[in-house]
Design a binder for this molecule. Structure first.
Ligand code: FES
Length: 106
């Protein structure tokens, strides 16, 4: 799917991701600063924090309980729409997804 990432300074980047990968793996592959994914997707680092655009929050869905617990440890406080990108699986349903990156992951 086509994904738009908006950096904290407002710069927008559009990317095309293969179906089935996590948003974290896709964004790291694109070389996006502002998304780290230090633990490789193991739900242990909270450095893959993204904020889903309000128009997409229902389609992306809420975090699982384990993810919600890790969202307490993000560098920038979690807000409505916050998700850990390693837990967001990309596919046709998320064609056109827009997410914002927080100012910092550490
Ligand atoms: Fe570590 Fe997502 S990559 S929690």
């Amino acid at each position: 799917p086509d994904i738009t990432l908006i950096e904290a300074d407002g710069r927008e980047h559009a990317f095309e991701a293969p179906d089935g990968v996590s948003l974290m793996h896709a964004a790291v592959g694109w070389g996006v600063d502002g998304l780290v994914g230090e633990c490789g997707g193991g739900l242990r680092c909270a450095t893959c924090h993204v904020v889903v655009d309000p128009a997409w929050q229902e389609r992306v869905g809420p975090p699982t309980a384990g993810e919600a617990a890790m969202l307490a440890f993000t560098a920038c406080p979690a807000e409505p729409g916050s998700r850990l990108a390693c837990q967001v699986r990309l596919g046709p349903a998320l064609q056109g997804l827009v997410v914002r990156l927080p100012a910092s992951q550490y």
